[in-house]
Design a protein around this ligand. Structure first.
Ligand code: SF4
Length: 348
């Protein structure tokens, strides 16, 4: 086991690199976490996200994914914006894009930081031991990062199932470094939700069957980002003007009051994505979409899935000046676009 001062040295370096939170735990999750994951899959709450069930055993604990691993180092990055994402919902002629997607794709930014820190850890560890290994992950492997983050002391999994930090509220990106090094663990985070139910009651589609359980099939983030087909009718009106993701359950958490705005310029909202006019997006060709969202997480859903979401927001807006731009999408060769455009027209 490496001495405690080793943890302090790498924690200091992590903050210098750009991370805002840091924790360490044994790279092993208790069997209850695997049980919860299996229940999520058995109930079909994962919807069409089959990758969640395909490697379920590996996902249940890092030591099954990588038998030699000893320690998980969990890093958090604060992405709190100065805008309140709930405010834009009152302006239906504008689209609402989830805060995390209003600038550069965080994966590319944080992966570089993780690699930098991993190299530093190996260099420092050579003073104590040889032939150790590190691997970095940011949504790149079947790892349950939220329970690990709680175990490593970054916070706790709130009733909305996301991580909550006393310092940063619900606005944290998570990345992981797994290593064969044995490093002393931090104290596990304890739950401070108490009797609060705010994230459960604000959900526009009732996506939480009970506290600490999410039915992704009802979640607007899943529907607008992961789901490929026609969005079921029952969810279209509750979507309002949300065209990429939803931040309601994160925004309403009282622990956000302690969070400061992100210090990372590349994670602050691009001005043109704070309240983008739906009219502009309805006119986007595939080339327009690809160049406007170059380097953004939004790009990964592709032009037509994005237009599907914008058409629903346009229908919900009842803004008559949008009607001619919606009409251009009927008789589209893509059946989902065609059907969604027709639905939107009927809403005016
Ligand atoms: S909104 Fe309330 S219940 Fe939900 S995560 Fe925050 S503190 Fe917990």
């Amino acid at each position: 086991m490496l001495p405690k001062k080793f943890s302090s040295i790498i924690q200091k370096k992590a903050f210098e690199i750009g991370f805002d939170q840091f924790g360490i735990c044994e790279a092993k999750l208790p069997p209850e976490k695997a049980k919860l994951l299996k229940e999520f899959i058995t109930l079909n709450h994962h919807g069409t996200m089959n990758w969640l069930k395909n490697r379920i055993d590996q996902r249940s604990s890092p030591h099954i994914l990588w038998p030699e691993v000893k320690t998980a180092i969990i890093l958090g990055v604060n992405y709190r914006s100065k805008e309140n994402p709930l405010e834009n919902l009152a302006h239906p002629e504008y689209g609402n894009i989830s805060i995390y997607a209003r600038n550069r794709d965080y994966h590319t930014i944080i992966k570089g930081w993780l690699k930098h820190l991993a190299q530093y850890i190996l260099k420092e560890a050579k003073l104590f031991t040889q032939n150790e290994q590190v691997k970095v992950f940011i949504d790149t492997a079947p790892i349950m990062e939220k329970p690990l983050a709680q175990q490593a002391g970054l916070g706790w999994q709130g009733k909305h199932t996301n991580l909550v930090s006393r310092q940063f509220g619900s606005w944290l990106f998570l990345g992981e470094i797994l290593t064969t090094l044995e490093i002393p663990s931090f104290q596990m985070g304890s739950n401070h939700c108490g009797s609060c139910q705010k994230c459960l009651t604000i959900c526009p589609t009732q996506a939480f069957p009970k506290p600490f359980q999410l039915d992704a099939r009802r979640c607007i983030s899943y529907l607008t980002i992961e789901y490929h087909g026609s969005i079921p009718i029952e969810f279209r009106k509750p979507m309002q003007n949300r065209i990429y993701g939803c931040d309601d359950c994160l925004s309403v958490c009282p622990w956000n009051r302690f969070a400061s705005q992100t210090r990372h310029v590349k994670l602050q909202s691009r001005p043109e994505l704070i309240a983008p006019p739906l009219m502009r997006f309805l006119q986007f060709t595939e080339d327009n979409f690809r160049s406007f969202f170059s380097g953004s997480p939004v790009k990964r859903i592709g032009h037509l899935r994005f237009i599907r979401n914008v058409l629903i927001a346009a229908g919900n807006s009842h803004e008559i000046t949008l009607l001619p731009f919606v009409k251009k999408w009927i008789n589209h060769e893509n059946a989902v676009i065609n059907e969604t455009a027709q639905w939107a027209i009927d809403e005016f």
